[in-house]
Design a protein around this ligand. Structure first.
Ligand SMILES: Cc1cc2nc3c(=O)[nH]c(=O)nc-3n(C[C@H](O)[C@H](O)[C@H](O)COP(=O)(O)OP(=O)(O)OC[C@H]3O[C@@H](n4cnc5c(N)ncnc54)[C@H](O)[C@@H]3O)c2cc1C
Length: 362
């Protein structure tokens, strides 16, 4: 038996950020992950303004800025014609850009920063169950050689992703639904007229859309609301290399509570939603920072009361963005396009839209 103040289950971006924020406040932490190594996949590709603010105190923002690409313009096209360019730099904020960076790189930066603080991720270590003793948690885990380990901690943070063992063991419902359609994504090097410095959303009169974001100087991430992302690329595009390709389903789910006894949830363990708006990982960073702050202040009682409504609101925003983008022919689509061609172009309107896209919340 060993003792530590907080056990973080899951070393994805959210668990790593939580561990860093706890360590920064001198709270002893152990962090375990069932995986042999961190992800090689690009997955979430945008760090937003709010995350950059939150992660500044730990020095992470500076490191992420050094690794990523700053994006200040987002173009919206409709059936091959550009409707609107959103000028993110109109937001009155020093981080008035989206920081594009593959999740694999974000996790590398976080894990290295955590190691410098003396905490190493315990890999191939799977949380299998736990008991809440009232004054703490007794957690069971399997270690690399398959042996069982038992660990006593004060607090358990489940940052163990959408199929969270912690959430399931607590019996917390993950309420919501999954959209039927299959989405696809690809990371590609491409020869096309849109360059490698701006975000592009390609809407079509038929409904399906394509979204692209640069993730390196020679690479973009393309996401489509169809199962054939490469087939959705605009005419005249020539794909040079496909670095990664995958399909996925969009779900909209939220845990009914983020805490029970001495166990808490953060990140995808607590909420999943559409990639519209690039909020997934960023909302998780916010959970992680709030958890650590409350842990240090002894105010974890109020964690769900703070985080659940924020999660609910952001799930609502992403769902609304998703629905607006996928409108099929009809009056609503015409109104959307008209607004984009006219009102949304005005600098004064752009100054109001930009903070929303950047996730500036407070
Ligand atoms: C294909 C794909 C594309 C995506 N694209 C985007 C995007 O463009 N924009 C965006 O914002 N988001 C995107 N996401 C979502 C984004 O990746 C997640 O929001 C983000 O990873 C959440 O981080 P997390 O740390 O909460 O969970 P995860 O990244 O899922 O990390 C959970 C960790 O917990 C570990 N774990 C699980 N169970 C246990 C256990 N019992 N014991 C120990 N360890 C355990 C796992 O090995 C994993 O490392 C995408 C996801 C996928 C799969």
């Amino acid at each position: 038996m060993t003792s530590s103040d907080v056990l973080v289950a899951g070393a994805g971006p959210v668990g790593l950020a939580a561990a860093i924020e706890l360590t920064r406040r001198d709270i002893p932490v152990r962090i375990i992950d069932q995986g042999e190594r961190r992800t090689k996949l690009s997955k979430a590709v945008g760090v937003n303004t709010q995350s950059m603010e939150l992660l500044e105190a730990s020095g992470l923002t500076e490191r992420l800025l050094a690794a990523g690409i700053r994006i200040q313009r987002a173009n919206i096209h409709f059936d091959g014609k550009r409707l609107l360019t959103l000028e993110l730099f109109r937001a009155k904020h020093r981080f008035n850009f989206i920081l594009a960076l593959a999740q694999s790189e974000t996790e590398r930066v976080l894990e290295e920063a955590l190691a410098e603080r003396g905490v190493t991720v315990e890999r191939q270590t799977t949380l299998t169950g736990f008991e809440d003793r009232g004054d703490g948690i007794t957690a069971r885990m399997t270690a690399p050689a398959g042996e069982e380990r038992v660990v006593d901690v004060c607090t358990l943070l489940g940052a163990d992703g959408p199929r969270s063992t912690v959430r399931e063991a607590l019996g917390i419902p993950f309420t919501g639904a999954r959209y039927d359609e299959t989405w696809s994504l690809a990371d590609v090097s491409i020869d096309w007229p849109y360059g490698y410095g701006e975000v592009n959303l390609f809407l079509t009169s038929a409904g399906p859309m394509l979204f692209t974001v640069p993730i390196a100087a020679d690479r973009i991430r393309a996401i489509s609301q169809t199962d054939d992302v490469l087939g959705m690329l605009p005419q005249g595009s020539r794909v040079e290399t496909v670095h990664w390709q995958s399909t996925f389903h969009v779900a909209l789910r939220q845990a009914e509570t983020y805490q029970r006894g001495n166990a808490y949830l953060a990140g995808d363990a607590a909420h999943v939603h559409s990639p519209a708006g690039g909020r997934g990982m960023n909302l998780g960073f916010w959970d992680a920072c709030s958890f650590a702050e409350r842990c240090a202040a002894g105010t974890l009682d109020g964690y769900t009361a703070e985080r659940h409504p924020i999660g609910e609101r952001i799930l609502g925003i992403t769902d609304q963005m998703f629905r607006i983008a996928r409108l099929t022919p009809g009056p609503a689509q015409m109104v959307r396009n008209f607004v984009m061609r006219t009102v949304a172009r005005l600098p004064v309107v752009q100054s109001r839209i930009a903070p929303n896209l950047l996730g500036i919340e407070r």
